[in-house]
Design a protein around this ligand. Structure first.
Ligand code: NAI
Length: 308
């Protein structure tokens, strides 16, 4: 293909080498979409067994994608899986992932862990390397507060499951340069996503709006205004949503839901995010949704429910 080379503006070079730090649920998905798009990917994780797990889940996801994309051509499908998979390297050493065009962080949702990681990478990486965080609840400005390349830092917020969900939120911190922002938007497109942009604001766009919606659904159910089944049917057939709010909460995990509401309440003070007793009770009881076999509904834990 035709590769443009903006020599005066290194961050606008086409991104070809990507590192994903954290090979969990999100990181493995991000690595997969980049490899599928023809990019060289390195996955870094602290735990070797999680790297193995990531490779396994990527392999089986690639097989699924290949079957869909190359329906009548088994040879092409196999080649696609092999080529994509071969572009992925894994390592437990951060140094092995430092020298690339873009580093996407998808580690544990803890500010100090993220800050520490980026400080290390800031010293190890060449000047042109762009850094991004996949955080859903931490401020982008806070994550990059200790590094020098604040102009080459932003949020790349993917949605679960990454290979399926078509959206990418590109988050602009206060110090991001136009070149970095444009490179992030172009990269998002290159991995098959539609990008939207927002400022470094709590919940960004999608979670900020899902919060009050899911909170009010819980309150309706708590008040006995309607059954959870009817609320779910209502939003699917009346609003065209693919899942109702209770199905979505079970899918995302009630612990994650509770945490998201809590963070947005702390950061905005908006009473729509106030704690919901029913949600807290269910989390205490370990009813977290699909991953524990029970949330608002019951699940067969051994059945594939779209989640890991
Ligand atoms: P996860 O727990 O599945 O994966 C995290 C991985 O990071 C684990 O494999 C862990 O071993 C590794 N890790 C932890 N500390 C590390 C370090 N210092 N260096 C290298 N690897 C390290 O978590 P998940 O769900 O993939 O979330 C990752 C990030 O993505 C979080 O910031 C989360 O807020 C964000 N996110 C999660 C979404 C979700 O639906 N789960 C959606 C969008 C964003």
């Amino acid at each position: 293909g035709h590769v443009r080379n903006f020599s005066s503006s290194p961050s606008l070079n086409v991104i070809q080498n990507v590192t994903v730090v954290g090979g969990g649920l999100m990181g493995s998905g991000i690595a997969q979409v980049a490899a599928q798009a023809g990019q060289n990917v390195t996955i870094i994780d602290v735990k070797p067994e999680l790297l193995e797990k990531a490779q396994k889940s990527i392999k089986s996801n690639l097989v699924r994608v290949a079957k869909k994309t190359f329906k009548d051509d088994a040879a092409k499908a196999e080649q696609f899986v092999k080529d994509s998979f071969d572009r992925i390297k894994v390592s437990t050493k951060i140094e092995d992932g430092a020298n690339v065009d873009l580093i996407v962080e998808a580690i544990v949702e803890k500010l100090d862990a993220k800050q520490e990681l980026f400080k290390k990478l800031d010293d190890l990486s060449p000047e042109h390397t762009i850094f991004a965080s996949n955080t859903s609840s931490i401020s982008i400005n806070e994550i990059c507060s200790g590094i020098k390349r604040k102009d080459r830092f932003g949020g790349l917020h993917f949605f679960n499951p990454v290979p399926v969900m078509r959206l990418l939120e590109v988050i602009k911190g206060d110090d991001i340069s136009e070149a970095t922002y444009q490179a992030m938007m172009a990269w998002g497109k290159s991995v098959g996503k539609t990008c939207i942009t927002c400022k470094d604001t709590p919940g960004f766009v999608v979670n900020r709006l899902l919060g009050p919606y899911s909170a009010e659904a819980l309150r309706m159910y708590e008040r006995g205004d309607a059954s959870k089944e009817d609320i779910d049917i209502g939003m699917k057939l009346g609003a065209g949503y693919p899942m109702g709010p209770f199905e979505l909460a079970d899918y995302t995990g009630l612990d994650t839901n509770k945490f998201a509401l809590q963070v947005m309440y702390e950061k905005t003070g908006n009473p729509v995010f106030e704690p919901i007793p029913l949600l807290h009770k269910m989390v205490e009881e370990g009813k977290l949704g699909i991953k524990t076999g029970e949330g608002f509904y019951k699940y067969n834990k051994n059945k594939f429910h779209y989640r890991k």
